[in-house]
Design a binder for this molecule. Structure first.
Ligand SMILES: Cc1ncc(COP(=O)(O)O)c(C=O)c1O
Length: 392
């Protein structure tokens, strides 16, 4: 197997020769010299042997006790955009980035992120799950936030390069995954509320295990009726960075009271289920599985979409609709879905002091859906849907 440093060096050389091709195709000869010397300088910066003293910490990871936290993997990917044109991206060592104090993202929160995972198969190959969906969602979000966005191909290529460059940080099969975090931010300086003049698309990664400290144990959710996550006409339906800081207070209050996370209600009627802080919610009653319809205030999760399809294949009647909080009283099971949480069982929900409990465990529908989804994501179950991308 090629060592990571060797792999990156050859990837860099590939990028470099591609850069030269782009350069010769589009630039005048003077520009070309400038371009090539810049490209050579950046190649040196990325591939300089001294920058390559491989950090051995991935080799000493305690893969059995991996939680969900930041353990930055070696390389990140950066691609800049000005005048709606994304220039060729490049890999570099994970590290600090330079940002103007007057950048759009720092001042006005003009930014989006995505979250996805790469799994390692038994044969050593890496698998990505539906990266095209994350690419499309970023484009939808970018349109809402007045930002240019990378093409689907540019997005997938960046994610692939980041995953492969950090291959040694992908946990062994069954121990976790490499969480990949694409970011699109207004990095150009701006004073006066307007879209930024420049954008940066960035991808970094970190190995992760279970999202909740409960592991696969059932979650205990708290229904929040004071704080809301999103309002109609706002940006709750896209993965804007500005949707997340406002829920920190509700989360910390719930956690201080011993709950795992918060279940939000709609901000107009204050009675219909929306979603949890970073995942979607489903309820099961008999043969019917229901989830709140996404109409602008709820993030359309890629796991949600996948579970709707898997559950329908199993013969469940799946409904996307308005779900009044009172329906929890009758639910057999409740579960959450998301890239980070996968499919997590909910053991109880507390609303206005009343605790409602749900079925969980080995015989639950939630467990069955979880096993099927994870089986597909990790390559243990044959993917008949074209959801997984093997990369090497
Ligand atoms: C608010 C919110 N809802 C739902 C989800 C689940 O989305 P996905 O399944 O695409 O990870 C996420 C995570 O990305 C989220 O942040």
């Amino acid at each position: 197997m090629m060592r990571p440093a060797t792999m990156i060096r050859s990837a860099c050389l590939r990028n470099f020769s591609q850069s030269l091709r782009v350069g010769s195709a589009f630039l005048k000869s003077g520009d070309f010299c400038r371009y090539t010397s810049q490209a050579a300088a950046s190649l040196q910066q990325v591939c300089e042997p001294s920058a390559y003293s491989d950090d051995e910490s991935a080799d000493h990871m305690d893969w059995d006790n991996l939680g969900f936290g930041l353990t930055p993997a070696d390389y990140m990917y950066t691609m800049k955009c000005s005048n709606d044109y994304f220039e060729k991206g490049r890999l570099s060592r994970y590290g600090k980035i330079e940002l103007s104090p007057s950048s759009g993202v720092l001042n006005y929160g003009q930014g989006l992120f995505e979250g996805m995972k790469a799994y390692r198969k038994e044969d050593g190959q890496l698998i990505l799950f539906r990266p095209d969906q994350n690419a499309t969602r970023l484009q939808t979000g970018a349109e809402r936030m007045c930002m240019p966005s990378p093409s689907i191909d540019q997005f997938i290529d960046a994610v692939k390069q980041t995953a492969l460059a950090n291959k040694r940080w992908v946990p062994p099969p069954g121990k976790g995954s490499l969480y990949i975090r694409p970011l699109l931010v207004g990095s150009g300086p701006i004073l006066g509320l307007a879209p930024a003049p420049e954008y940066t698309f960035l991808v970094f990664a970190s190995p992760v295990g279970n999202y909740f400290k409960e592991g696969l144990a059932p979650l205990n959710l708290y229904v929040e009726d004071e704080f809301h996550r999103a309002t109609p006409g706002g940006a709750g339906g896209v993965k804007a960075i500005s949707n997340y800081a406002p829920v920190l207070k509700a989360i910390s209050r719930a956690k201080n009271r011993g709950f795992s996370d918060v279940l939000y209600l709609d901000s107009v009627n204050k009675k219909n289920l929306e979603e949890v802080s970073s995942c979607n919610i489903f309820i099961l009653k008999g043969n019917i599985i229901s989830t709140p319809a996404t109409s602008g205030t709820i993030l359309a999760g890629i796991t949600r979409k996948s579970i709707i399809e898997i559950a329908s294949d199993y013969g469940f009647q799946v409904e996307e609709r308005t779900i009044p909080v009172d329906e929890l009283l009758e639910a057999d099971e409740v579960f959450c879905t998301g890239t980070a949480v996968v499919v997590a069982p909910v053991g109880s929900i507390t609303y206005r002091g009343k605790r409602i409990e749900f079925k969980t465990g080995a015989q639950s529908v939630c467990r069955e859906l979880y096993s099927t989804l994870v089986g597909i994501q990790t390559g243990l179950i044959k993917d008949n849907k074209g959801w997984t991308f093997e990369i090497n």
